[in-house]
Design a protein around this ligand. Structure first.
Ligand code: AOF
Ligand code: ZN
Length: 358
């Protein structure tokens, strides 16, 4: 199952709106087939592994990181494929949250006389599939917030200088993280200040993550890197319903996808933005700031994983804080996270945190 889980993770960021599943077929103690969900979400992991195993699947055990599907979509159900291949036993990590499948896959297999074991490495599978589970159960994607800052949590000097706070190794680690998410998201302020391209570079990815920019008034540079590449790499802009018609036309003209979202005071409502992104199929979103967007997400308890890169330099209280105002009075109201792991990356420190259930 550990192998099935790690094969499945190869598909993260590549197979939305579907979950990234892994499958290993074992016959007489030897691996006969390995598979994972393919880019775009199909073929499914089981189909891939069964194709490799061929006749070896007869009497074999299939290890799958998610319940095999039971619905007929664009492809026939994986549960049926496992039955037809003559698999004797299926070991699954966790039940599928898709109402078309949820439990029916196991029933189909058992009804066909296949021995089914579930719940193996369920906690790890729940983490790996968190994006897909969030989308099907809450309608929004899993959100990772990345903040790269100085020792004192600043992302720019008072004059706005921000390149570069962390070193090249940390930036390469960020590109690898982008690749494992369906989308990279920034606020309009960051898009204006940094003119980012938000692509994955030097890692040989086949499917670039969608670039998402949150900008209520659509006041973004039409000459920038995002606009220039919008025909080749998806660019989605979440904007307010009152955005200027000429700007809407212009962004439509450069190839951006426009998603109208509800506003909440001066800004877009982060909850509605995420619902729109979930509806559009995204399961895992990697937010890279800036401080205003980070604050809106945190204020609404919408950050599931927090990744910090901290550099060994101090920028002082006149620098821009990585998280904008939260208006907190009591420390008890501060969004709290539990430490997952820490590692040095080049000259910087990477620390990962998960939303605390306390
Ligand atoms: C599996 N193995 O590798 C994946 C599964 O749109 P379709 O027909 O491709 O079906 C998508 C659904 O299939 C998705 O919502 C989820 O329930 C399941 N994904 N199932 O057996 C896989 N990716
Ligand atoms: Zn399937």
């Amino acid at each position: 199952m550990a192998l099935a889980l790690s094969l499945g993770r190869r598909g993260q960021g590549q197979c939305w709106p579907n979950p990234a599943v892994g499958c290993v077929i074992v016959r007489d103690g030897r691996i006969a087939g390995r598979g994972w969900t393919q880019p775009g979400g199909r073929p499914h992991a089981e189909t891939e592994a069964l194709g490799q195993a061929g006749e070896q699947a007869r009497g074999a055990t299939a290890y799958v990181s998610l319940e095999p599907c039971s619905h007929t979509g664009k492809t026939p159900p994986c549960a049926q494929a496992l039955i037809d291949a003559g698999v004797a036993r299926v070991v699954a990590a966790i039940e599928d949250s898709d109402p078309r499948v949820s439990g029916h896959g196991f029933t189909m297999l058992r009804d066909a006389g296949i021995e089914v074991t579930t719940g193996v490495c369920a906690d790890e599978a729940a983490r790996d599939h968190a994006g897909f589970f969030f989308k099907t159960e809450q309608g929004r994607p899993f959100v990772t917030l990345k903040l790269a800052s100085s020792f004192d949590g600043r992302i720019a000097t008072a004059s706005g200088e921000s390149k570069w706070i962390t070193g090249p190794e940390a930036r390469r680690a960020v590109h690898a993280m982008r690749a494992r998410h369906d989308a990279v998201m920034v606020g309009g302020g960051t898009a204006r200040a940094d003119d980012p391209s938000l692509t994955v570079r030097d890692l040989g990815v086949t499917r670039q993550p969608v670039r998402v920019v949150i900008s209520r008034h659509l006041d973004l540079p039409l000459m920038g890197q995002l606009a220039r590449s919008a025909r080749d790499i998806p660019l989605w802009i979440c904007h307010g319903t009152g955005a200027d018609a000429d700007r809407l036309r212009a962004w439509n003209g450069v190839g951006a996808t426009l998603l109208p979202c509800a506003a909440d005071g001066m800004q877009l409502d982060a909850g509605d933005v995420l619902q729109q992104l979930g509806q559009a199929g995204l399961t895992r979103v990697f937010c890279e700031g800036g401080s205003a967007l980070a604050a809106s997400l945190l204020a609404q308890d919408l950050v599931d994983e927090l990744i910090g890169f901290t550099a060994g330099l101090g920028m002082g209280g006149d620098g821009l804080s990585s998280i904008g105002s939260l208006g907190l009075e009591a420390l008890a109201d501060a969004p709290r996270f539990d430490l997952l792991d820490v590692r040095p990356v080049g000259a910087d420190i990477q620390h990962r945190w998960v939303r605390s259930l306390r």
